[in-house]
Design a protein around this ligand. Structure first.
Ligand code: PLP
Length: 405
């Protein structure tokens, strides 16, 4: 074979398989002048604890150890804090500090999934989980959801029909993107199914502290050797710090630590220590999360009220109980949410259409709307623009059908 000059070597199949995140692509458009964005999943920049963080970073920065290589598993004192305060007295040795929850998800996939491994996800799934799953070559199975989270009835149907997944991923508390909270009875049922069919359950849980008190975490129901919990300080402290964590059984944590060694040796010591400096202050995190929850709840209410007032039967959207996202479904005669998202952008409002969250990119009639990053007047203005986009889709449809008739 002759190799021609400047020929580019081919990419590994895993790199070819991973698509760009539709949301990250959309964000560049959503940031354009004059566009009101309900698209990103960003905490409101005006609510970031900048002053507290700069003090914490100064404290953490006074120690030489903050600039030295640290343990792959993460700073022991931060793992102890998480074990005590986020996991109700877990074993710190079963916790790994990661570069945000995203790396925790990617490492779990690296440890459990190879080409052809069956994995169950929600029918509207967290995009950041779909990416590593696609890279690994997982065979995906989507389970429908409603307000009470993923349908354990549908899941048990799949399992009884012979599906033997290696893993199930869900966001049981204030779901991204679909806003649901998995009910207590479905959590129990999921635990029973995991125990009977022996698959790992990943409880992706970055929103637990933002909103109404949720049911007990999945790990209370899932067998201990199959339960993984993923958490993050991105939504509660600041995403730019990139401090997240996972808790899992020893057999999995051991593999995750080896994979993390091979990826980045360890997460940045300075940021881990700054996070600990803040969260270890008496009441700091509880007070901050109470404030965020109340601001976000008022915003969610304003958005849902405005959407319903502006669009009536053209939209179905329920008041989220927490988190950062509302899930809206639109009348089916509007031509699908991809088309609506394009019309919305032309009217100056960005949203993420349901196709971005479907494991196979199918369109659907839904959209994720982030209420956390904008104040109430902006959310009302965005709803008005969205209603104009809905009318445009409808008018275009009527024009098309009358010219066809
Ligand atoms: C469900 C879910 N998991 C994980 C992540 C990643 O969070 P982090 O910023 O900690 O990497 C996000 C971020 O939006 C998320 O919504």
């Amino acid at each position: 074979m002759t190799i021609t000059a400047h020929e580019v070597p081919s990419l590994a199949p895993g790199a070819e398989r991973v698509p760009s995140s539709a949301i990250r692509d959309l964000l560049s458009v959503a940031r354009a002048e004059g566009v009101l964005s309900l698209a990103g999943g960003f905490p409101d920049a005006r609510l970031l604890p900048v002053e507290d963080l700069s003090v914490a970073l100064t404290h953490a920065g006074a120690s030489t150890d903050s600039y030295q290589y640290g343990p792959t598993q993460g700073e022991p004192a931060l793992r102890e804090w998480i074990a005590a305060h986020e996991l109700g007295g877990a074993d710190p040795d079963r916790i790994v500090i990661t570069q945000g929850a995203q790396q925790a998800l990617s490492l779990v996939v690296g440890a459990l999934v190879e080409v052809g491994t069956d994995v169950v996800v929600d029918a509207a799934a967290y995009v950041g989980m779909l990416q590593p799953l696609r890279r690994a070559g997982a065979t995906l199975h989507a389970v429908p959801f409603d307000r009470a989270g993923l349908s354990t009835l549908a899941l048990s149907g799949l399992l009884n029909a012979g599906l033997r997944p290696g893993m199930l991923h869900t966001v049981p508390t204030h779901h991204n993107p679909n806003g649901s909270v998995l009910s207590d009875s479905r959590r129990r049922q999921l635990g029973r199914l995991a125990s009977e069919f022996r698959f790992v359950v990943v409880d992706d849980d970055p929103y637990r502290r933002l909103g109404a008190t949720p049911p007990a975490p999945l790990r209370c129901h899932v067998p201990d050797d199959l339960a993984v919990t993923v958490g993050s300080f991105s939504k509660t402290v600041a995403p730019g710090l990139r401090v997240g964590w996972l808790h899992g059984p020893a057999w999995l944590v051991d593999a995750v630590v080896r994979l993390k060694q091979s990826e980045d040796l360890h997460s940045g010591s300075l940021n881990q220590r700054a996070v600990l400096d803040l969260v270890a202050r008496d009441g700091w995190l509880d007070e901050r999360c109470a404030r965020l929850s109340s601001v976000y709840a008022a915003r969610a209410a304003a958005l849902v009220e405005a959407l319903t007032a502006e669009m009536g039967d053209d939209v179905a959207v329920e008041q989220p109980r927490g988190g950062m996202f509302a899930w809206a479904t639109f009348a089916s005669d509007l031509g699908g949410s991809d088309r609506l998202a394009r019309a919305a952008l032309e009217e100056g409002v960005a949203l993420v259409p349901s196709s971005a969250f479907d494991p196979w990119g199918r369109g659907g009639d839904g959209a994720r709307l982030c209420f956390a990053s904008s104040d109430e007047p902006t959310l009302r203005a965005a709803s008005g623009r969205l209603a104009r986009a809905v009318r445009r889709c409808r008018d275009a449809d009527m024009a098309a059908s009358s010219s066809a008739g």
